[in-house]
Write a protein that binds this ligand. Structure first.
Ligand SMILES: [Zn+2]
Length: 360
């Protein structure tokens, strides 16, 4: 999938800026993975970012009982990137922020079910002794137990947010240094460097996508959607699985989600100024395995009007101004060849307030 600003489309196409091969594979054969995102495993931490031990067990039991295969994140990324065969209902489990309860409560449950998982570590709060966060000894133990230890920044900052008076070059350098220092810290402490990065809060803008490219990393965000050959490998979707999203009635559908076969996505930038309150999103599909008339999009939890520009290209735009902070456009469509399963694409936006900031 290519992602371009409208005005820059031709320029970038000519410049070969996005030189990644376009994958126009047949949807029937196109692999798709659902990546789930967790934080705390605890009864006593903030509900919105927590699953209870019982809920985690219920999720793993559901996966087991419904023919899902839990695969390693590395295997998923390499498999999708190189067009390798992956299990039909493949799921990846990721845990962010290195909270101690993930080690002491989550890990034993995950081991019991024998499933691989990935820890995205924010390194600054990790020390010699466990507290709210794990210690490096605990993270080394997880690595020995087969857990993929990956990068979630030094400090969990809102990365697209520029400091007052900071120019673009200095910001870019600060971002690259943050990502590379975290990677180095993990290499020093654990001995691994997978170059897999998860944006804090899932927040990114076009410039961060370019930085990820320049650093040769693969990056993960926090918007919904199936991960497949059409996905942007600099902002791979993950489904939130905690809090209100832990309910298996809805999470089960997400676990089985498919990646839309997409030729190109067009928008100006995911980071919006206060005035840019109604962003336009254009998606050009490779229609193979769904009916355009069955595509449904939601904005601000409301059904959105879809404008079909041609047979394969749709355009959506919010009627009302987006709220300040993060929001998403979500589109789904039922698969023809895989009854009961849905293609799912989500686009994240961050709208700034008048001071260029936004809430957590
Ligand atoms: Zn985080």
């Amino acid at each position: 999938m290519r992602v371009c600003g409208f005005a820059m489309t031709v320029f970038f196409a000519l410049a070969g800026w996005l030189s990644a091969p376009m994958h126009l594979a047949q949807a029937e054969a196109e692999p798709s993975v659902s990546i789930l995102m967790y934080h705390h495993v605890s009864d006593s931490t903030p509900r919105s970012t927590s699953v209870s031990p019982d809920e985690l067990r219920a999720h793993l039991t559901y996966l087991q009982d419904n023919d899902f295969t839990v695969i390693d994140l590395q295997q998923a990324v390499e498999g999708i990137r190189h067009g390798r065969d992956l299990p039909d209902k493949a799921v990846v489990l990721t845990f962010d922020d290195a909270y101690e309860n993930i080690f002491s409560v989550g890990h034993p449950i995950l081991q019991e079910f024998g499933v691989p998982w990935t820890l995205f570590v924010t390194t600054d709060p990790v020390g010699d002794r466990p507290g709210r966060y794990m210690s490096w000894d605990q993270i080394r133990q997880l690595h020995e137990d087969g857990v993929v230890i990956a990068n979630h920044s030094l400090d969990h900052a809102h990365m697209p947010r520029r400091h007052a008076g900071e120019n673009e070059r200095d910001w870019r350098q600060r971002m690259a240094e943050n990502i590379l220092s975290t990677e180095q810290k993990i290499l020093d402490e654990v001995g691994v460097s997978y170059q897999l990065f998860a944006y804090p809060y899932g927040e990114y803008d076009n410039a961060l996508l370019e930085i990820i490219d320049e650093l040769g990393f693969t990056a993960f965000a926090q918007h919904s959607g199936g991960f497949g050959p059409s996905s942007d490998f600099r902002a791979i979707p993950r489904f939130a699985a905690a809090g209100i999203y832990a309910n298996l009635d809805t999470l089960g559908t997400k676990m089985a989600a498919l990646s839309f076969p997409i030729k190109e996505v067009r928008y100006d930038d995911t980071l919006l100024t206060y005035e840019q309150d109604r962003p336009v999103l254009e998606i050009e599909f490779e229609v193979r395995d769904f009916r355009p008339a069955q595509v449904n999009c939601f904005i601000r939890s409301q059904p959105a009007d879809i404008e079909w520009v041609d047979d394969t290209t749709m355009r959506i735009q919010t009627d009302e101004p987006l709220n300040i902070g993060r929001s998403r456009y979500n589109c789904t469509a039922p698969s023809i060849s895989k009854p009961g399963r849905f293609y799912w694409y989500s686009q994240q936006w961050i709208r700034m307030d008048e001071e260029g900031s936004w809430p957590d």
